[in-house]
Design a protein around this ligand. Structure first.
Ligand code: 9MC
Length: 240
């Protein structure tokens, strides 16, 4: 709840990530490295202590599912294995509040690097209409994932612990607009997605291997995840 010791960090990082996600990808610092249909993926080449950290920013837009449906399925532990293909284990170590969970994830080993795990809080929230970040969207939702500590998951050296900060921002526009009182169909839902990630691999991994994995895994993940939500919600009433 709001009194949890992590709450001030969760609130601050979520706000910071929302504004970071909404900054335009000007061609200057961001390098377009993948483009498929409406999905565009950018990266910045960045190394910290010789480790590839390469911030990533992806923008995508889809029809047929709402911002709430996209954000909820990205956040929910129950469906993670239905779309995430790089995981071996997912554990929810703590329920910090109704909308904030503490995850421990074991990722599949990426040869020849050591196996990685990730310990992070995951917070979901709707951005109120009054917030200028919402601009003219019907609804705006954000999921923010940030590495954290936890007594039940000490960094025991069996795995290399990555350090990650991730945000998943979704905005739904009703397009074309429908008259008051008219029902909205799924075809009218135009949802814009911005996905930002900074993953420090936490220990040595060859730059060439990481950049190859990122180039392969990120486009695959965003395409697979969005299609999964569209298919899963197709015959259900729209959840805004
Ligand atoms: O958006 S999320 O929160 C979704 C919840 O799962 C997320 C996404 C990605 C990661 C992650 C963690 C570790 C690695 C690497 C680093 C060295 C070896 C493993 C990678 C690199 C491999 C890249 C990658 C990109 C996309 C998906 C999976 N794999 C990514 C973690 C969480």
């Amino acid at each position: 709840a709001m009194t949890h010791p992590l709450w001030p960090e969760i609130d601050r990082v979520t706000r910071e990530q929302l504004s970071y996600a909404q900054q335009d990808v000007d061609g200057g610092i961001w390098q377009l490295f993948a483009e498929e249909g409406e999905m565009k993926m950018y990266r910045r080449e960045l190394e910290e202590d010789g480790l590839v950290v390469d911030p990533l920013k992806a923008v995508h837009q889809i029809r047929g599912a709402s911002a709430h449906e996209m954000a909820h399925h990205f956040w929910s532990p129950d469906v993670r294995f239905e779309w995430e293909t790089t995981l071996e284990q997912v554990t929810v170590l703590d329920r910090i509040s109704e909308d904030t969970l503490l995850f421990l994830q074991l990722h599949k080993r990426v040869w020849p690097t050591a196996q990685r795990d990730a310990l992070f809080w995951s917070h979901i929230r709707e951005i109120p209409k009054s917030d200028p970040a919402n601009c003219d969207a019907h609804d705006t939702w954000i999921v923010c994932n940030k590495s954290s500590e936890h007594p039940d998951a000490p960094n025991d050296g069996k795995c290399v612990r990555v350090d990650l900060t991730i945000c998943f921002v979704c905005q739904t526009f009703i397009d074309p607009p429908v008259a008051e009182g008219e029902s909205v169909s799924r075809d009218n839902l135009l949802t814009k997605i911005t996905y930002c990630s900074v993953v420090n691999p936490g220990g040595w991994a060859p730059a060439s291997v990481l950049r190859t994995v990122y180039k392969r895994e990120y486009p695959k993940f965003l395409k697979r995840f969005t299609q999964y939500v569209i298919d899963k919600t197709a015959d259900q009433p729209i959840a805004f």
